[in-house]
Design a protein around this ligand. Sequence first.
Ligand code: 0RA
Length: 642
Amino acid sequence: MANQVTSHYEAEDIQVLEGLEAVRRRPGMYVGGTDIKALHHLIYEVVDNSIDEALAGACDYIQIVIHPDQSVTVVDNGRGIPVAPHPEKKISTLELVMTTLHAGGKFDGGGYKVSGGLHGVGVSAVNALSEWMEVEVKRDGKVYRQRYQRGKPSRSVEVVATLPKKRADERGTKTTFRFDPAIFKEVDGYRYETLVQRLREMAFVTKGVTIHFLDERQVPSREMTFYFEGGITSFVRYLNRNRGVLHPVVYVEKEINGVGVEVAVQYSDAYAESVYSFANTIHTIDGGTHLTGLRSALTRTINDYARKQSLLKENEQNFSGEDTREGLTAIVSIKHRDPQFESQTKVKLMNAEVKSQVEAVVGDSFGTFLEENPRQAKMVIQKCLTSSRARAAARQARDLVIRKSALESMTLPGKLADCAERDPNQAEIYIVEGDSAGGSAKQGRDRRFQAILPLRGKILNTERARLDKILNNNEVKALITALGTGIGDDFSLDGLRYGRIIVMCDADVDGAHIRTLLLTFFFRYMQPLIEAGHLYIAQPPLYRLQHKKQIHYAYTEEDKNALLKKLNGSSVGIQRYKGLGEMNPEQLWETTMDPENRTLLQVTIEDASAADRTFDMLMGSAVPPRKRFIQTHAKNVRNLDV
Ligand code: 0RA
């Protein structure tokens, strides 16, 4: 019953085909690679188109479903991709959109494409990288459909249904695709949590849209629905949900010279800065001109107000940018017709004029807020004063540590059991929680290339103060000296004494806590070390299974179950390791330290920055979240890094 709408794909469209062939040949150029990140971008690219409809005010519902076969459906109730023959080409606009690079959005004469996929290549690139794709468009009382294989249409656009009269005004687009495993060879599939995070961000910056995410790959299925009436105001409230806040969210939305500027700001009693910037709904991780504009407006407004109210004395210096950023939670989201990004990966906004535009909008509204709310304004200023003083004190402490460790660099810490190897590329160091585990590690190691530094967990663990203070901790000083790199501005990889730095903690809550703290320390004071891939986490086993004379180790709960199944369950002795200290030196070597057998997890900047956020939550002043974190993670903690 399908009737033909337009002529089928013809030889003259070879050009188009070549475009999509190029995408398949060089996926790196178009979606940034063939890893899991690129895989997620396929979904973002498709959802971005629906977000554009929402931003145009034409759509308020988007659903994303991952099916058990890893195909993904994205449905929206927007206007529907136009299906009529394109004025210049003979084929349907729908087919053109789906098969031509850079075709997205060009048809919408009046509006402009704001959300824009990662590389702006549009949904056709996703099509090219999909084993198959199917698009259904509802409009004009009909349902149109076209199917593609690896980007090539199987047939012309067809009418597959006519809507009953009372539903004849329904419109929308439904896209289903299955990524091509021949392209994405290394991936096993989408990661639920990553998608949830991104979809939440999209919902936050797209006020009033409902995003429903359903993952049917496991039973029971998982799902999340996001709807934020308040847009980025809700986002800020969400970020500060565990913090004590100093005032209500200050929100402003304004169009200035054709650029949409939306900002939400709230100070809390936390130490961390949580500021996110978006350009056309894309999270600009590296910030850019919109972020710079926001920051300088806040610093300027706060200094002006503090001077005017004599909250800053004449002999006192202005607040630095850092002083005004402590405890700041803010979102800046701009919509621009012609966003310029630093690179193809769109993580930094470069449009110079945006800085002054954001600065003007924020300066106005935050200045007014301070003027009209003197009591809360005073609290914000107090907060800046405190951080300014703390920063001065920290600077002194840090100078002391650095000077000291320079002096002590000849004398390595007494607790360090160094290795014989002097070539950093061959040498590694285990940072071990607790003296007893440290003892086992010292006995079990291969002293030719493995050094051991035991850290007394308790001391670190009871530190509830600012991270600056841990620099004064003897354990941390020993760590800095042992690594030989210095910290902060004085950090240099040149001095690094070990190519692999391996954090080895118990598989329990305290262990997780100490690991979080160590990662946070590395993140804040030795970031290049992580970036250069020197930091690792050891993976001790959770169980020891004895079957007859054979010993097996299980590193995860699943491992254990699989092993039990294999061993048939008969007379298997199971020992559960609660801490590293329970293993004798041979066992520790065999399971966790022997390069032939061990598994190490390499720490990425994302891991460390997640640890940094967790740290703030753990150390933050609001007590209930900390308790909740420990309770909810206590069960999972053994699998934390698996
Ligand atoms: C071009 C023009 C119009 C809508 C769209 C594209 C459109 C694209 C996508 C992609 C996913 N969902 C979408 N929804 C709409 C406007 C057409 C009109 O005014 O009828």
